[in-house]
Write a protein that binds this ligand. Structure first.
Ligand code: AGP
Length: 606
């Protein structure tokens, strides 16, 4: 979604802001803009399209200034266009915004009656109008911002400048914003990768924080103007981690990083000798009376929840209820104080997942988040957090975040198994043994990536795909199908293999490829029968299995053999060939793999 960056210092701001905007591109956007302050004048440049279009538009212009704001916009109110792009200016006030102002129509009507003229269709534009009107009434800049904020309903991360003074203001509620701590300079952005080259010390702002940058320093205040203490945290990500490192796309790099990402996520936590899993600083509630676990998330992280259900129920025999975060709170879920809610999110900033956490907390339920981003809202506000150590995930299509989430769920299951007394040491040691071998097995799949690329070449022209699997393979194929549709724009539908004959089998003919995930597990025979049903209707089969002598292997030219592992860990291995298949098809079709159309990396609005 929208990306924000602000800078104030001694250096020329243009390149700093544009470089940071480039680093925010992965969040998804359709237009970009920049505002530079120089000698009590503000120059604004906005363009529909990419940050590079903005850079080209700026060449030849004398854009100067050591203070500025920049923005990438993902359209919510008003089509992608230059007039709707940020920054927005009213009088002497300039604003960039991420989030949605829910009561903007009301404010706009009120301001229109007072003679204000609007030049965009956005919700954002009411903000500079309001601030400017208070300044015109004689209010000081900071007070005008504070008063404006009290009138806004909805979510915002804001960057604000005023023409007649060298002060920069940032503010946040329910949309992410971080301050980079550098001596004598001020920098803030929507997330760490945007400014990681400038500093690795960040303050993760909390809701209702306002930051006033002035004279080479800054203060954090609340809405009433009281000073707040906020301490920086050091993030161990580097600029190089947020670069492509020789790969054509971030997504491909991130697929290939999975053995390392999973190994890093296990590091320091799995103790094979002691047959123990240890999570630093994790205080779980008393598990003895636990009634049910809820697992809630969106998109790929939701698929990790579905896999979590199989992992937990088949081993711990505790009921797990999964929910899509955007549905969860609207169906009035029936809670019990003995429940526990697990929320999964790469970014930790997904609006619906945060709302689900709040719903649980309001009912007095313990909330545990599984997150990849230190300091993110979900990580901060849930009762407990386990971090995945995937490193920055830049490609919009989630890959290494997914497999590290599953790794954490598996570790948590083993940890809880010991705490609950339902697993003895030998069982846990056996689980750890299998888990520790996963990175190596992942690597052996990646070493055969060219076979998948060849398969992709054969299937790239088909318009529809059906993905089938049973048991724990069902959520795995849901994730495989999501990968294909989001980056290649090919229609892909995932179905529980046994459910196929209740409807979708009607689609099958020679123009309809079927991706079947069929390892040699408890679902094997049944899935073979379902594959027979596909072949009987001349469907084209792409078979992914861990069994070279699979009964269906000689019925198709498109077979990929994976290493074997235990049932609960299969999704960690099967994810990779399905990610690669989607990637190679999209790459051959020439789509924008890292920033697919209409998608945003971090979905910070509901
Ligand atoms: C998947 O490839 C997508 N990027 C998307 O479904 C994503 O998983 C979803 O938006 C949830 O994001 P989160 O993990 O940051 O909460």
């Amino acid at each position: 979604m929208c990306g924000i960056v602000g800078y104030m210092g001694k250096k020329e701001a243009f390149n700093i802001l544009i470089d940071a905007l480039k680093r925010l591109e992965y969040r998804g956007y359709d237009s970009a803009g920049i505002a530079l302050w120089h000698d009590r004048a503000i120059e604004i440049l906005r363009r529909k399209g990419k940050v590079d279009d903005l850079r080209v538009a700026a060449s030849g212009k004398q854009l100067k200034g050591t203070m500025g704001l920049a923005h990438t916009r993902w359209a919510t109110h008003g089509i992608p266009s230059e007039r709707n792009a940020h920054p927005h200016k009213a009088g002497e006030v300039v604003v960039v915004h991420n989030g949605i102002i829910e009561n903007y129509m009301e404010i706009k009507e009120k301001l229109k009656k007072r003679g204000h003229r609007f030049t965009s269709d956005t919700d954002t534009e009411v903000i500079p109008h309001l601030i400017n009107s208070y300044i015109e009434e004689g209010m000081d800049f900071v007070d005008a911002v504070r008063l404006t904020i009290t009138e806004l309903e909805g979510s915002y991360a804001l960057g604000i400048m005023r023409q007649h003074e060298r002060t920069l203001i940032a503010a946040k509620k329910e949309s992410p914003l971080i301050v980079g701590v550098i001596d004598g300079e001020a920098v803030f952005a929507s997330d760490a990768p945007a400014i990681i080259d400038l500093t690795n010390r960040f303050i993760f702002l909390e809701d209702n924080d306002i930051v006033v940058f002035k004279d080479g320093g800054f203060n954090v205040i609340d809405i009433k103007g009281n000073k707040l203490e906020r301490h920086p945290q050091v993030v161990n990500w580097t600029g190089a981690m947020a670069q492509k490192g020789g790969y054509k796309h971030f997504m491909l790099k991130e697929i290939f990083e999975q053995p390392r990402a999973v190994a890093d996520t296990l590091m320091g936590r799995v103790k094979e000798e002691k047959a123990q899993i240890e999570f630093d600083d994790l205080k779980l509630p008393d598990l003895k009376d636990i009634r049910k676990i809820w697992m809630i998330a969106c998109g790929t992280s939701y698929h990790a929840c579905l896999i979590g259900k199989y992992i937990f129920e088949s081993t711990l025999r505790i009921p797990v209820e999964t929910d899509i975060a955007s549905e969860f709170r609207y169906r009035e879920p029936i809670f019990d104080k003995r429940d526990m809610i697990i929320l999964i999110s790469q970014s930790g900033e997904t609006a619906d997942t945060i709302a689900a956490m709040k719903e649980g907390k309001n009912h007095g339920i313990y909330t545990l988040s599984i997150c990849n981003v230190l300091g993110s809202t979900l990580a901060r506000e849930s009762d407990g957090v386990i971090f995945t150590h995937a490193g920055p995930e830049i490609g919009v299509a989630s890959t290494k975040a997914f497999t590290t989430q599953i790794s954490v769920l598996f570790m948590l299951m083993a940890h809880m198994g010991r705490l609950l007394g339902v697993m003895d040491k030998d069982t846990v040691r056996g689980l750890i043994y299998e888990l520790k071998r996963i990175p190596h097995k992942m690597q052996s799949i990646l070493d055969q990536a060219s076979l998948i690329e060849e398969m992709a070449r054969r299937f790239m022209t088909y318009k529809n795909f059906l993905y089938i699997g049973r048991g724990i393979n069902y959520p795995s194929i849901m994730e495989g199908a999501l990968k294909l549709k989001e980056i290649s724009y090919i229609h892909a539908e995932a179905y529980a293999a046994g459910e196929m004959k209740h409807g979708p089998i009607a689609l099958i003919d020679e123009s309809f490829p079927v991706v079947a995930l069929s390892p040699h597990d408890r679902t094997y025979q049944k899935t073979c029968s379902n594959i027979e049903e596909v072949l009987a209707r001349r469907g084209k089969l792409l078979l992914f299995t861990d069994m070279p002598e699979h009964d269906m292997a000689n019925r198709t030219d498109s077979v990929f053999i994976m290493p074997t592992t235990i049932y609960e860990l299969q999704p960690l291995l099967s994810a990779i060939p399905l990610q690669l298949l989607a990637y190679y098809i999209a790459n051959l079709l020439g789509t924008d793999v890292d920033q697919p159309r209409n998608l945003a990396k971090s979905v910070t609005v509901e």
